[in-house]
Design a protein around this ligand. Structure first.
Ligand code: MG
Length: 367
């Protein structure tokens, strides 16, 4: 099989809540997503999506994704989309770094492989484990009482895992964690994600002030070393996210016993090929996983669902259904949340069909 054509589409994804706010005053109101379509000489077409969390979260931005895809695409024409490791080595040879640029291309080729094999991606990624995947809800940073009301509202919709966006003033952050914890029942999961927003002395004050609460601490500080210092000074379960951007950091973190769970974002690693590798390594090392991406719509959510559903259930700390945060649907067949859970499609490949009227005309195509 050969790739004959690659097209990219730009889609705006507004939010039901109006905006999404996290540490340091960072905020996005309309996400800028890129959908990639890869066509083949076998008549199969696969789709992928990449959507950075604004230009100021990871070293990635939406226009950069499209520029990078346009740079790589001509050199992928004629390649076999079902030879995923070969294809990834080619992309890495053509362009050093920039994992997010390669993510949507890799996802689209996995979609083709699944369709060619006649099985859902979760089968190829290790096999569907269990009936559903439990989701978390990210609680955008607001005043403590507003965040507590959001937790109560989303809890009523079925979510049982909540990730609070903190990193916005120490006294307020302590109040945020306490107010939200008061809304929860035994068995619920609370995560305070500072998204690198605390200095070490601030993180120390927060973990001390909430020591009586059952709360996970996620990526409190900017650097790995700062986070490790906090990890060693607290007995809260600990999640690393922004620092865990590749296999070398996962191995280093494991050697240091720096985390109990890691957040695997598909585009942070460079696509499903590399995210699966990281997932499998974490499972072997006994590290639990949040499976998600930086952001996205229906296609990203479908990719998350397949990777999460093929992750052994005890290791599935949580996952994200981004398509329920945004007001625009880019594809039919994507996972639909029910009672705070989702399931990967049982259709071949990703199991999604993009909506041409939402994608509009391609921003570029090469053949
Ligand atoms: Mg995080």
């Amino acid at each position: 099989m050969k790739i004959t054509k690659i097209a990219a589409y730009q889609v705006d994804l507004p939010l039901h809540e109006g905006s999404y706010n996290w540490s340091g005053g960072k905020s996005v109101s309309v996400f800028d997503s890129t959908v990639v379509r890869v066509e083949t000489d076998a008549g199969l077409a696969g789709h992928g999506e990449v959507c950075p969390l604004g230009p100021f979260y990871l070293p990635s931005y939406a226009a950069g994704a499209r520029t990078g895809i346009a740079e790589l695409a001509p050199d992928l024409i004629g390649q076999d989309p079902t030879e995923l490791d070969v294809l990834n080595r080619r992309m890495d040879r053509l362009m050093k770094g920039h994992p997010y640029v390669k993510s949507a291309l890799d996802i689209a080729c996995w979609d083709i492989l699944g369709q060619a094999a006649g099985v859902p991606l979760c089968t190829l990624l290790g096999g569907r484990d269990g009936e559903t995947v439990a989701l978390y809800r990210a609680i955008s940073q607001e005043a403590p009482e507003k965040m507590a009301a959001r937790v109560a509202g989303y809890r009523a919709e079925g979510y049982r895992r909540f990730q609070l966006k903190v990193g916005g003033g120490i006294e307020d952050d302590i109040a945020r964690i306490r107010a939200c914890a008061a809304e929860l029942a035994p068995g619920d999961v609370l995560i305070a994600d500072a998204n690198t927003g605390w200095l070490p002395h601030q993180a120390m004050r927060v973990v001390r002030a909430v020591r009586d609460l059952d709360v996970y601490i996620e990526q409190p500080c900017l650097s790995y070393e700062e986070c490790l210092g906090i990890r060693r000074a607290t007995d809260h379960p600990f999640v690393l996210d922004e620092s865990m951007d590749g296999i070398d950091m996962l191995l280093r973190g494991h050697a240091d016993r720096a985390m109990d769970a890691v957040n695997i974002k598909i585009s942070k690693l460079g696509g499903l090929t590399k995210a699966r590798r990281a997932r499998d390594l974490c499972v072997e090392m006994g590290i639990a996983l949040t499976i998600e991406d930086s952001w996205g719509g229906d296609i990203v959510t479908a990719a998350i669902a397949h990777l999460a559903h093929s992750t052994p259930e005890p290791f599935r700390f949580t996952a994200t259904d981004f398509n329920s945060y945004v007001t625009r649907s880019v594809a039919e067949g994507a996972p639909a949340r029910k009672d705070g859970k989702m399931a990967a499609s049982s259709a071949p490949g990703l199991g999604v069909t993009p909506r041409p009227e939402v994608l509009g005309a391609p921003v570029f195509e090469v053949s």
